[in-house]
Design a protein. Structure first.
Ligand SMILES: Nc1nc2c(ncn2[C@@H]2O[C@H](COP(=O)(O)OP(=O)(O)OP(=O)(O)O)[C@@H](O)[C@H]2O)c(=O)[nH]1
Ligand SMILES: [Mg+2]
Lengths: 415, 315
C-alpha cells in the first residue's frame, strides 16, 4: 500500500489546517520558499508563532477569515508511502465540501478541540464518515497544550467518543485515539515528553503502519465502460476495445461476462493496458478490453462476471447528501450519474431527513435543504445496474445533476 | 503473460482511483482522459512544450491506444520560447501524427487586444489569457486539458479536476462543483468550457519519476548546460536570446544551469545544477529545498497572484 488518501474532519478552528501544515513541516515537506512565505504572512498578521494553516488555506477569502472554505489537496511523502490529504472545512455551511473531501479518502482524521470536547459537529462528521464507510478513523484530540496536556481531559473525550462510536452502523470501522497539539507539534510526527502518559502512536506513526486491509473492504468486480476504442487503421482494422477502469475485484482473459443492460453474454478476449496485453487485471487498472463476440457495447454499459450480476432496477432508495442551495423536493427531475451511466430521474419521495446526531430520523419536512441528509426514493427512466453502497462502494454511489444548472446537486448512497 | 497488478491490493472497492504509487496516478489520469473524450464534443490539449504537457501527451497516447490521440494539441505561443522547445514540439507532433494548432500572443498584441508590459519584470505570461480565450472561441473548444498540478501552488490546491469556467474564462473559486468519488460531471452550457487537469494529483517528483520510468524524451533545457546568466532578486535569468530585460548593472556570468519549468522565458528562472541526465535530475528534485514555482516570478507578484490570474481566465 503506497498511496494513502486522507481527509480531515472536525469543527471550525479545531486545527485541521494547522495539523496538516505541521505534518508537512515536521516531515520536512515544506520547501524553503513556502516556509518563508508562511513566516512572512504570519508576521504580517502579527502572530508570534508560525501559522501553519497558511500552508493549506490558499484562497484569499480563507486567509482573510482564517477559515477553510473549500477542499485543498496536499501532498507529501515518506520513504514508506505517498500521502494525499484533503483539508476540508469545519464550518457547517460548507458541509458539502467536507463530504466531497471525505468521498475520495480511505482514512479520516477527526479533530476535537480538547477544551470543547465532543460537540455537534463531531457527531455530524463522524456520521458522514460512517455513511461513506471510511474504514479507518483517527480521533485527534487537539490543543492539548491548552489543557495542560491533561490525561483526564483526553480520557473523558475518548469516553464520549466511544459512546458515539457504539451507535455507528458501520461495524468494521477502526477508531484510534491520539492526543495532539498541532500548533506545538506534539504527537504529530514526533512523540512528546509533555504527554508521556500516551503510550500509543503519533499521527504519522499510525498512518505509516496502515496496510491495505485497514482501509479497504472487498467487493465484486465491475467494469463501467467509459468509451469505445475503434482505431480504424489498417493495422487494427476490426479492433473494438472497451475502455474503462476496473473496480471491485479482478478480471481475467476467458472470464464469462455479461453486458448490462442488454444482458448479452460473451467472454473476455484480451485485456490491454496501453500496448501490452495481460491475462488478468485488478481494481484500479484503466484498461482496454476486447470481447470474443462482436456485440453492441457503448458508454454507460457495464461488464460484470456472469455469475455476479448486480441489481438491475428502475427504482432506488438511497441516503442522499444534499449539496445545492435549491431544496430537493418530490416530483422534481434530476440526472442520475451512476458510474459512466446517466439516466433521467424523478424524485419520488423524501422518506426522512436523517439527524446526524445519531438520535434517529428527524421530523420529515418532505424536502432536503443544503447540507442535509435524508432517505430518498428515486424513479429512473431507464434501469441502472447497482449494488448497495455497503456491498460495493463504487457501484453503490451516484451523483444527482441539476438538469437546469448542470451543477452536481447531491450525492447518493444506495441502500 | 503478466498480470497487471498496480502494486495494489486484490479485492479492493475502488471508490478511489489511487491504489498504488506511480501506476495508480497513471491509471487515474487515463481514466480522466477517457471521461473527457466521452463527455465533450471538442476537447483540446494545451501544449506548452514543458514537461507536464509532454507527460500529458504520453498519458493520452496510453488512454486511446491503438487509436490515435483523438483531439488536437494547441500551443499558445508567447513568442518568448526557448528555441529547443519549439523544435521539440514540432518533432513530437509529427511522430504522433496529431494536429497542432498555434495561436500567437504577438497577434493579440498587434490587434491591440492586449498591451505589452514594459520594464524590469515585463512578461507575456498574463497576456496569454486573451489569446487563449480567443482561440477557445474561434474553435469552440468545450474542454481544455492542461498539465497543472495541485502541488504547484496554494490556489491550485483548491481546483477541481473538471474546473468549469464561464464565458469569460473566469474561475469562480468560491462556488466550485462538488467532485465526489471518481465521478466527473462535465455538463455545461453553451459558452462555458471546462479546464481539465488529469495530473492534478501528481507532484513534481511524480512527473519526473514518470519521465524517468517511461523514458520520455524532454527538451534539453531541462538538463544541466552552460548558459550565460545574470542574477536578480536571488533568481537566475537567462542572458541569452534577449528576451529577459537586463539592466546595465546586471552582470552576465557563465554557469551550469538547468530549468525546472519551461514557461514563458521572461518569467522562468534557472537553477544552478550539474544534473545532466534524468537520473540526476530526479535525485536533485528529491533533495530539493525550493519548490518548483519558487523559480517563477509571476507567482511572486503578490500572495494571491495565482488566484487572481485564474479568476481572469488564466490557465
Ligand atoms: N494552542 C493551540 N492552538 C491551535 C492548535 N491547533 C490549532 N490552533 C489554532 O486554532 C486556530 C484554528 O486553526 P485552523 O487550523 O485554521 O483550524 P481549522 O480546523 O482548519 O478551521 P476550519 O478549516 O475553518 O474549519 C488557529 O489560530 C490555530 O493557530 C493547537 O494544538 N494548540
Ligand atoms: Mg482549515
Amino acid at each position: 500500500m503506497n498511496v494513502l488518501k486522507i481527509a480531515t474532519a472536525g469543527s471550525v478552528d479545531d486545527g485541521k489546517s494547522t495539523l496538516i501544515g505541521r505534518l508537512l513541516y515536521d516531515t520536512k515537506s515544506l520547501t524553503e520558499d513556502k516556509l518563508e512565505a508562511i513566516k512572512k504572512s504570519s508576521e504580517q498578521r502579527g502572530y508570534d508563532y508560525l501559522d501553519f494553516s497558511l500552508a493549506t488555506d490558499g484562497l484569499v477569502a480563507e486567509r482573510e477569515q482564517g477559515i477553510t472554505i473549500d477542499v485543498a489537496h496536499i501532498y507529501f511523502s515518506t520513504p514508506t508511502k505517498s500521502y494525499i490529504i484533503a483539508d476540508t472545512p469545519g464550518h457547517v455551511e460548507y458541509t458539502r465540501n467536507m463530504v466531497t473531501g471525505a468521498s475520495t479518502s480511505q482514512v479520516a482524521i477527526i479533530l476535537i478541540d480538547a477544551r470543547k470536547g465532543v460537540i455537534e459537529q463531531t457527531y455530524r462528521h463522524f456520521f458522514i464518515n460512517n455513511l461513506l464507510r471510511v474504514k479507518n478513523i483517527i480521533v485527534a484530540v487537539n490543543k492539548m497544550d491548552l489543557v495542560d496536556y491533561s490525561e483526564d481531559v483526553f480520557n473523558a473525550i475518548k469516553k464520549d467518543f466511544e459512546a458515539l462510536n457504539a451507535k455507528s452502523t458501520y461495524g468494521e470501522q477502526i477508531v484510534s485515539y491520539i492526543p495532539v497539539s498541532a500548533l506545538k507539534g506534539d504527537n504529530i510526527v514526533d512523540k512528546t515528553d509533555a504527554m508521556s502518559w500516551h503510550s500509543g502512536n503519533t499521527i504519522l506513526g499510525h498512518l505509516e503502519e496502515l496496510e491495505a486491509q485497514d482501509v479497504y473492504d472487498s467487493g465484486k468486480v465491475r467494469f463501467p465502460v467509459q468509451t469505445v476504442i475503434r482505431p480504424k487503421t489498417d493495422e487494427f482494422h476490426d479492433f473494438r476495445g472497451y475502455a474503462g477502469k476496473i473496480t471491485g475485484g479482478s478480471l481475467k482473459v476467458g472470464d464469462a461476462v455479461t453486458v448490462l443492460p442488454s444482458l448479452t453474454q460473451s467472454k473476455i478476449k484480451e485485456i490491454f493496458f496501453f500496448d501490452k496485453s495481460y491475462n488478468e487485471a485488478y481494481a484500479g487498472s484503466s484498461v482496454n478490453i476486447t470481447l470474443e463476440d462482436d456485440i453492441n457495447v457503448t458508454r454507460g454499459d457495464m461488464l460484470v462476471k456472469t455469475d455476479e450480476l448486480p441489481k438491475i432496477e428502475k427504482q432506488v432508495t438511497a441516503t442522499v447528501c444534499w449539496m445545492d442551495s435549491k431544496n430537493l423536493v418530490p416530483g422534481t427531475k434530476y440526472i442520475v450519474q451512476h458510474n459512466t451511466n446517466r439516466v433521467l430521474s424523478k424524485i419520488d419521495s423524501i422518506n426522512s431527513v436523517i439527524a446526524t446526531d445519531y438520535t434517529g430520523a428527524q421530523e420529515n419536512k418532505n424536502k432536503l435543504s443544503l447540507n442535509e441528509m435524508g432517505e430518498v426514493s428515486i424513479k429512473l427512466s431507464k434501469p441502472i445496474y447497482f449494488d448497495s453502497y455497503a456491498d460495493n462502494k463504487s457501484n453503490g454511489a451516484f451523483i444527482l445533476i441539476d438538469a437546469q444548472t448542470n451543477t452536481t446537486a447531491g450525492a447518493g448512497f444506495i441502500n | 503473460m503478466e498480470t497487471l497488478i498496480n502494486e495494489i491490493e486484490p479485492q479492493t472497492t475502488a471508490n478511489t482511483l489511487l491504489q498504488g504509487l506511480g501506476n495508480a496516478l497513471e491509471n487515474e489520469a487515463i481514466y480522466i482522459f477517457r471521461e473527457v473524450v466521452a463527455q465533450f464534443e471538442k476537447p483540446v490539449l494545451l501544449f506548452s512544450g514543458g514537461k507536464d504537457s509532454i507527460t500529458l501527451v504520453r498519458l493520452a497516447q496510453k488512454a486511446f491506444w491503438p487509436a490515435k490521440i483523438p483531439f488536437p494539441l494547441m500551443h499558445i505561443d508567447t513568442g518568448h520560447n526557448f528555441p529547443e522547445t519549439i523544435a521539440f514540439r514540432d518533432k513530437l507532433v509529427k511522430e504522433l501524427d496529431v494536429e497542432l494548432i498555434v495561436r500567437n500572443v504577438q497577434d493579440s498584441i498587434d490587434q491591440g487586444k492586449v498591451i505589452e508590459e514594459t520594464g524590469k519584470y515585463a512578461s507575456r505570461n498574463m497576456l496569454q489569457t486573451t489569446t487563449l480565450l480567443d482561440a477557445i472561441e474561434e474553435f469552440k473548444f468545450d474542454a481544455c486539458i492542461g498539465g497543472a498540478r495541485r502541488d504547484e501552488e496554494k490556489a491550485r490546491a483548491k481546483e477541481r479536476i473538471f474546473s468549469v469556467r464561464d464565458d469569460f474564462g473566469q474561475w469562480d473559486e468560491k462556488n466550485q462543483r462538488p467532485e465526489l468519488f471518481d465521478m466527473l460531471n462535465g455538463t455545461i452550457e453553451i459558452g462555458q468550457n471546462v479546464r481539465v487537469f488529469p495530473i492534478s494529483n501528481w507532484t513534481e517528483l511524480d512527473v519526473w519519476s514518470y519521465i524517468q520510468k517511461e523514458d520520455i524524451e524532454i527538451p534539453s533545457i531541462y538538463f544541466a548546460h552552460k548558459r550565460n546568466i545574470f542574477l536578480r532578486d536571488g533568481l537566475i535569468w537567462s542572458a541569452e536570446d534577449d528576451v529577459v530585460f537586463r539592466a546595465e548593472d546586471e552582470v552576465i556570468e557563465e554557469r551550469w544551469v538547468r530549468f525546472r519549468t519551461v514557461g514563458d522565458m521572461s518569467c522562468t528562472a534557472a537553477v544552478l545544477s550539474k544534473a545532466d541526465s534524468i537520473d540526476k535530475v530526479v535525485a536533485e528534485i528529491r533533495d530539493s529545498k525550493i519548490s518548483e514555482r519558487g523559480a517563477r516570478i509571476d507567482d511572486k507578484r503578490s500572495e494571491a497572484a495565482m488566484e487572481k490570474r485564474k479568476q481572469q481566465g488564466y490557465f
